[in-house]
Design a protein around this ligand. Sequence first.
Ligand code: 4NP
Length: 155
Amino acid sequence: MDKRPAVLFVCLGNICRSPLAEAAFRKAAEDAGLDAECDSAGTAAYHIGAAPDHRSIAVARQHAIDIGHYQGRQICADDFTRFTHIFALDQNNLEDIRNAAPPHSSAQIQLLMDVVPGREGESVTDPYYGDETGFDETWRDVSCAAAALVNQLRR
Ligand code: 4NP
């Protein structure tokens, strides 16, 4: 690859799923020695400047990762050229991201679970209105996708 991969994970609020996707990818890339930039964002503006949901912070901590300093932000026009890949956590986010893409967008935009063989087309369920078990499921999904993505980007 002639350009260092730069990966953006996008959900709705940027406080539950995409911070966990960012954390799982950062760890998987570091463990694999993959040099990649990464960040996360939300399609909505609800939680700009906010820390991740306490349940996301807790599940990351269970996996020895600190995300307490992450800050919510909304996806912006520059992201479509700054990042080589933009991954939507669910189908609604994917549609919103595609609608927000400027004409000069160069990023490859796709659904995150599409990188996992056998799970193409699946959304990562929004755990916000549920209990802690939903966040464990989110972690399983995003870490599975992070491992597959690191393998794909190393090739
Ligand atoms: P996320 O979860 O998109 O995974 O960060 C949500 C966070 C906040 C809201 C909805 C989903 N909300 O409606 O405030």
